[in-house]
Design a protein around this ligand. Sequence first.
Ligand code: NAP
Length: 310
Amino acid sequence: MSKVYDVIIIGAGPAGLSAGIYAGRARLSTLIIEKEKDGGQIVLTSEVENYPGCLEGESGPTLVDRMAEQAKHFGAEKVYDEIIEVNLEGKEKVLKGKKGEYLGKTVIVATGATSRPIGCPGEKTFTGKGVSYCATCDGAFFEDFEVYVVGGGDTAVEEALYLTKFARKVSIIHRRNELRAAKSIQDKAKANPKIDFIWDSVVKEIKGDGIVDTMIIENVKTGELTEVKADEDDGTFGIFVFIGYVPKTKIFEDMLELQKGYIVTDENMNTNIEGVYAAGDIRVKSLRQVVTAAADGAIAAVQAEKYLEQ
Ligand code: NAP
């Protein structure tokens, strides 16, 4: 018979790992289930500037590695599997994965979110062939090339700054004429001689021959279409897309209360089902940051502990 864990955590990003640290430390039998790679969105971040205690040079992957080590140290087990079906009703929660079935008395959902695609023709075809959602992973491929960053939020502008380490020119394409990013980040970007801005514009199509060599941009105010072609010597350019995230809640749709795809919780991370909690970017909240994800994970684990004591 399968082991019944006190706590099963789905997702090994900062929320899930923090929950793992707290649950493990409370001596609860704890299992973290991760689909592919620890860390969630933060591993795509080249520099974490605002998590307390992180000094210059701390990257998403290094921070996450330490969190994972800490969860392991406190006894949280981990498996790599993709959960495809859940039954969260009843005292024993059943999670079906592609590789196995897992049983838990409580479940903490920390599945996070995935990068939002532009949705234009050619985007899928050229993903990994010029189109990227991760500057840390792919920036180095564009050493001395031109790159375009799509988006105007904190992620887009921070990653544009990071990409100036490699690219000879970085153009930020934003659908409005002012950025959403924090003022301090904007100031850095505006002062960087390698960065310029293409305002009021969206990407309509991406084309190429094996790799990206052309992009069509539309000015949303005038409707004017501009064809951006790769420099002849380069033959290609990069398109980095940072236009927000889509929550990973598909498998919970019929069970958990959602709002615009995000899980509704109270301030103690309780969902509408007893013994089921949500933590991190996956839940309805006002600030999606590593620090708030870690806090959510801690609260969820402590709530699970209290529920089990009852
Ligand atoms: P975000 O704040 O939601 O910004 C998304 C950007 O993409 C916005 O500028 C938006 O334009 C644009 N956009 C959305 N859909 C689009 C579409 N279909 N086509 C073109 N543009 C589109 O996302 P984010 O920058 O990834 O940040 C997510 C969260 O993480 C935020 O809360 C952010 O503050 C936080 N974050 C913080 C830091 C930091 O503090 N250092 C770093 C990274 C992320 P509009 O502005 O016109 O809506």
